[in-house]
Design a protein around this ligand. Structure first.
Ligand code: GAF
Length: 399
């Protein structure tokens, strides 16, 4: 039988991160904080063109136990890497640390202008993350947003959720060197238990979207294809640059400004065929999100299921053909899930590896997962890992 990997119970994870903190730093943490990974249900590669997305937080979270110190040092320990990294608190600047620690130190650095001497005194941070790494489920954003929650609370900065989102984005783009678009940090901080959110990337404002799958006898299966995905590499940045070229060619600030009516004709006027395809994806994807959110706002998922499935499938196909961010593992998982009866299936996140989501009848989860597993074995791909996506709470204090 195909195994579904569940996140640990929050209480166990909180106990564990507190114990790890005591063992590493020799005292009790002042608090425990956490932030979730996410799946983006629809609205992919549109956030950096001021588009619309519908993400939900998943139950896999990153936990951070923290304490202020007067050592003048940001001490960071990760359970997953087994490393402790130290950086001078007053001397924090991009390049001071790299790897996982850059996402942590980057948030402290990005919040620096909110401190009145506070951060210079130092902080100990113990990190225990359960969002699978490299799976396109926002493990980096979960780490950044958990650290932002910790620093906000311990140092009483008085930041708003949107200021913490901006700090996490700044950490990722300017400190860790991954120029991502803000979807992941917004989802990790703003998502709500039991719901998805409609995120408007013009100003990162949100509207709650009904997403009661369980109540409708449905489930969202996450298939981590284990094809490694990284946003620091050049391909993500290349897509962003092509999207910007599209906006320039159409004479708009962002592709969000292109009216959907008449967009196909407008895109045909873009001379570079690659930029043309990239722009077409973004304009069509934003329109798909509009329709998707409207269906959920005006009726039940069950009533709108046929169209919801079409929109999910069309999103994947566009990411495969126009945006070219899929890899064989993603396409095989999507095909196998659809053939096994998924209502809709698409890659989620940045692509170039990572995960697929499949909307399925709750009693078909095992069948669909089994079919993907068999397809992967036939293609000699690494065995995939399966989770269920349960809409979970955003970042905050746990203890
Ligand atoms: C990654 C990025 F981090 C997001 O900003 C977004 O662009 C996404 O890829 C694609 O929708 O997760």
């Amino acid at each position: 039988m195909t195994e579904l990997h569940a996140a640990p119970h929050d209480a166990d994870a909180i106990e564990k991160v507190s114990r790890e903190f005591r063992e590493a730093f020799g005292s009790e943490p002042e608090g425990v904080f956490s932030a979730p990974g996410r799946v983006n249900i629809i609205g992919e590669h549109v956030d950096y063109q001021q588009g619309l997305c519908v993400p939900m937080a998943i139950s896999h979270r990153c936990f951070v136990a923290a304490r202020r110190t007067d050592a003048g040092v940001v001490r960071m320990r990760s359970v997953q890497s087994g490393e402790t990294v130290e950086a001078s608190a007053p001397g924090l600047a991009p390049g001071a640390v790299d790897g996982w620690a850059s996402y942590v130190a980057g948030v402290v650095w990005a919040l620096a202008d909110r401190f009145e001497g506070g951060v210079a005194s130092g902080v100990d941070l113990l990190i225990d993350g359960y969002v699978p790494l490299g799976a396109g489920l926002s493990s980096s954003a979960a780490l950044e947003c958990a650290v932002a929650a910790a620093i906000e609370e311990l140092c009483k900065l008085g930041t708003t959720p949107h200021e913490r989102i901006r700090a996490a984005i700044k950490a990722e783009t300017e400190f860790a060197g991954a120029a991502t678009g803000g979807l992941d940090q917004s989802a990790s901080i703003l998502c709500e238990e039991g719901h998805a959110i409609l995120l408007d990337c013009r100003d990162f404002s949100t509207t709650s979207v009904p997403w009661d799958l369980a109540g409708q006898g449905l489930a969202l299966l996450i298939i981590d294809t284990r094809a490694p995905h990284s946003l620091v590499g050049g391909e993500y940045a290349e897509r962003r640059a092509q999207a910007e070229a599209g906006a320039r060619a159409l004479g708009v600030e962002s592709l969000r400004d292109v009216p959907f009516e008449g967009a196909s004709d407008a895109c045909r006027g873009i001379t570079d065929p690659v930029v043309q395809r990239r722009s077409r994806h973004i304009i069509n994807e934003i329109e798909r999100v509009r329709e998707f959110a409207e269906i959920l706002e005006t009726g039940s998922i069950r009533e709108g299921l046929a169209r919801i499935a079409e929109l999910l499938n069309a999103s994947h196909d566009s990411l495969r053909d126009d945006y070219e961010v899929t890899v064989p593992e993603l396409d095989v998982a999507v095909e196998a899930a659809r053939e096994a009866g998924a209502h809709g299936a698409r890659m989620t996140g940045g692509g170039f590896g990572g995960s697929v989501i499949a909307l399925v009848e709750a009693d078909r989860v095992e069948t669909v997962a089994g079919a993907v597993e068999s397809a992967f074995a036939e293609h000699s791909f690494t065995e995939p890992v399966f989770f269920l996506a349960t809409p979970s709470r955003g970042a905050g204090r746990d203890r």
